[in-house]
Design a protein around this ligand. Structure first.
Ligand SMILES: [Zn+2]
Length: 140
């Protein structure tokens, strides 16, 4: 078990499916954060076999939609004063804005390079979302 020592105040993103940690790190732009961050890969886990883990040495705003989209099974622990003050469980978001892009080359969002497109969940098992403009299904 990895202990949360060394963090007085911050966030631990735990139980990330092995291999997805780097993607989350990149999508949350943690490589550009001012505070100390750590991505730990392939941590042995009873539940998952292997898992990834991210530590952030400060309290920052996390985009829970991005996290839920990439891995709804992960857990977020908020630490303050070396104590766990909050645990957040995620689920697959019903709607995401500005995270996915449409795969249809003829879609207006591709042609006009629109951003902040809304995608609505249509298949939770396959994590498929549909584009608000052309209904094309896509997943992350
Ligand atoms: Zn589209």
């Amino acid at each position: 078990m990895l202990k949360i020592n060394g963090i007085k105040k911050g966030i631990v993103i735990d139980h990330i499916k092995a291999g997805l940690g780097y993607k989350i790190f990149r999508e949350l732009k943690l490589d550009q954060a001012d505070c100390t961050t750590a991505l730990i890969r392939n941590v042995p886990s009873k539940k998952l076999g292997k898992k990834d883990l991210i530590k952030i040495d400060n309290k920052i705003d996390l985009n829970l939609d991005i996290l839920g989209l990439i891995d709804p099974g992960l857990t977020i622990t908020i630490i303050d004063n070396e104590q766990i003050v909050d645990k957040i469980k995620l689920s697959l978001p019903k709607k995401v804005v500005g995270i996915l892009s449409c795969k249809n080359p003829r879609c207006v969002t591709t042609i006009e390079q629109k951003e902040d497109i809304t995608f609505t969940l249509v298949d939770a098992d396959k994590k498929e979302y549909k584009c608000e403009y052309c209904d094309t299904r896509t997943s992350l």
